[in-house]
Design a protein around this ligand. Structure first.
Ligand code: GLY
Length: 335
């Protein structure tokens, strides 16, 4: 039986493992820490092209295709895992704080419409705004929990706390505990991917971590329907009532230390956008590492003619792009 190693068990790695195991392949998924414990754990789960893509581009096309795949992806995953995933076509409201911002939002809406992102004028607390009805939210931690169960049920061998030290062009993978043979290896290790690929044929982009801080509050459910956005600030509410706000953009390498200044900045921006948050004490504060590649187009493909493939560099949109990336990778590995 064909045996495939997957290095990096976030949403994309686990999703590929699940799909390949559905095809009857023998899959070993390795993660240096806990599966789904890095960017997939930190991500807010905005499936929101309206706030990310302002003009037609290859990335916008991939993102819209992936958004269109989300409902079926979630339904199938819920059915295979028995786990309910908090996924909602919430829409999103982007707010303007000045006439200049309102005019920019209007003209952006026109170019966005050209790539299929529709919006309509509205107001938020008396301010001009635009409503993006197709934007959605999902709880990424629900997805990775469900993928873990779906993978187990399909016989994926998930090895956690297993850092990979070397990958060779013939598809073998080394850890402190030995060598994993494989007819193919797929690297889906987010911001760590290009370090892992260092010894392999070139042509793959370097990825750098871009740290983001987020905070959340436990509040009564139903206080916020659509995502609320202003520039780099966003707020959303889970069905459970948990309200989340993000984010910062920091170039500090892999420093995991919580930065109180960054957290205070997110909190103050969130309170301005949604005044009911004023005086609420966050119940969770965290950060994570977005995998940035120059040009922001994720790398998905084979390394030269080696037995190694990679999918990484999804930067701000790893959760949104997951269904499309998973199906593209699986099609390439099955060809
Ligand atoms: N997707 C939102 C962020 O990266 O902050």
């Amino acid at each position: 039986m064909e045996r495939i190693n997957i290095v990096g068990a976030g949403i994309i790695g686990l999703g590929c493992a699940w799909r390949l195991a559905q095809q009857g392949k023998q899959v070993v998924a390795l993660d240096s820490r806990e599966a789904g414990g890095e960017a997939s754990w930190a991500a807010a789960g905005m499936l929101a092209p309206g706030g990310e893509f302002f003009e037609p581009s290859e990335l916008a096309t991939l993102a819209l295709r992936s958004l269109g795949m989300y409902g079926d992806f979630i339904r199938e995953l819920e059915a295979e895992s028995g786990i309910t995933i908090d996924f909602r076509r919430s829409g999103a409201v982007e707010v303007a704080y000045s006439d200049i911002e309102a005019a920019a939002l209007e003209s952006r809406a026109a170019t966005q419409a050209a790539c299929g992102i529709i919006s309509e004028a509205c107001t938020h607390l008396g301010r001009p705004a635009r409503f993006f009805p197709d934007d959605a939210v999902v709880a990424p931690r629900d997805i990775t929990r469900a993928l873990r169960v779906a993978c187990q049920r399909r016989g994926v061998n998930l090895l956690e706390g297993e850092p990979v030290t070397k990958i060779s062009a013939d598809g073998r993978v080394w850890t402190a505990n030995g060598v994993h043979a494989g007819s193919m290896t797929l690297v889906t290790a987010g911001a760590w991917s290009s370090n892992l690929l260092a010894d392999l044929p070139g042509g793959f982009p370097t990825v750098i971590p871009v740290r983001g801080h987020l905070i959340s509050w436990r509040l009564p459910p139903g206080q916020l329907g659509p995502i609320l956005r202003h520039g780099s600030t966003y707020i959303m509410q889970r069905r459970s009532g948990v309200m989340l706000a993000g984010a910062t953009k920091e170039y500090v390498g892999f420093d995991r230390a919580l930065d109180e200044t960054a957290i205070a900045d997110v909190q103050s921006r969130a309170e301005t956008l949604l005044p009911l948050l004023a005086g609420q004490v966050p119940t969770e504060r965290w950060n994570g590492f977005r995998p940035y590649v120059e040009g922001e187009l994720p790398f998905v493909g084979q390394l030269g003619n080696s037995a190694v493939w990679a999918a990484y560099g999804h930067y701000r949109n790893g959760i949104l792009l997951a269904p499309e990336t998973i199906s593209r990778v699986v099609a390439q590995l099955s060809a």
